[in-house]
Design a protein around this ligand. Structure first.
Ligand code: ADP
Ligand code: ADP
Length: 228
């Protein structure tokens, strides 16, 4: 579960990017985060995986209280949260297998468990045949599928995707969405910030709209609601 209560974030330069925002996302939900550029979507997302600390309010994610959290506990939170970025952020010198395995190595999983689980998630994303390739040998869509595999390999409660289809063509984007929806079907919260109007309108899920740091719309099966 994710719960924000009266959360605000003020940057050191004085910009208040999130203003008194409250919401709850229950286990198993799929929610889009929409809104104009500069609205605060990235700030919102970064607070959830503790890349940024809120200035005030309360944030709970997967049983962790992020406001009072000690730095040494952040790795335990990160095990419960997978993150996927627009630009994939794969390690270029590691193979597909190694990129995904690395996320399990850092939590000190056993070698056999790593091998089994990495192959399982790569099969889920349709890349079992590409395990020895390097990122630069893959298409954008394939790279994003590796990034999704890496994000879910430790079975997180929450998968956060920040513009995951932003660099992909519509057909490839559909493939990524199929995977995100399949992951959600297995019980993982999926939270996806996006400007992909067509996707939001065709594959209806909860829509959270942020404008000027505030939650201005929260609809169970909403539409995108903007022209871009
Ligand atoms: P979005 O992801 O919706 O485009 P952001 O969260 O990136 O919005 O930005 C929200 C507001 O906070 C904008 O006014 C932006 O200029 C400002 N902002 C974002 N990051 C920083 C930062 N590191 N320092 C100061 N202001 C920032
Ligand atoms: P080089 O071959 O230039 O020494 P490396 O292959 O050591 O470079 O590192 C390339 C990138 O991959 C770096 O960002 C590094 O932190 C990362 N990296 C290196 N080894 C591993 C590993 N076993 N698992 C995950 N990431 C690694």
């Amino acid at each position: 579960m994710i719960r924000m209560t009266n959360v605000s974030k003020k940057y050191p330069n004085g910009v208040t990017a999130i203003k008194d925002l409250s919401l709850t996302i229950e286990s198993g939900e799929f929610a889009y985060i929409v809104g104009p550029s500069g609205a605060g979507k990235s700030t919102f997302i970064k607070m959830l995986y503790h890349q940024l600390r809120a200035t005030s309010g309360k944030i709970e994610v997967a049983g962790f209280d992020l406001i009072g959290m000690k730095d040494r506990d952040v790795p335990y939170l990160r095990r419960k949260i997978g993150v996927v970025f627009q630009d994939f952020k794969l390690l270029p010198r590691l193979t597909v297998f190694e990129n995904v395995a690395y996320a399990m190595e850092v939590i000190e999983a056993q070698p056999q468990a790593i091998k089994d689980r990495v192959l399982e998630v790569l099969e889920l994303v349709g890349l079992k045949g590409e395990i020895r390739r390097f990122p630069n040998e893959l298409s954008g869509g394939e790279q994003q599928r590796v990034a999704v595999a890496r994000a879910i390999v430790n079975q997180p409660e929450v998968l956060i995707a920040d513009e995951p289809t932003g660099n992909l063509d519509p057909e490839t984007s559909d493939g990524i969405m199929d995977i995100l929806e399949a992951i959600n079907q297995r019980g993982t919260i999926v939270l996806m910030a996006t400007h992909n109007k067509q996707m939001v309108n065709e594959r209806t899920h909860r829509v959270l709209a942020i404008e000027d740091g505030r939650l201005v719309r929260d609809e169970k099966e909403g539409d995108y609601g903007y022209e871009d």
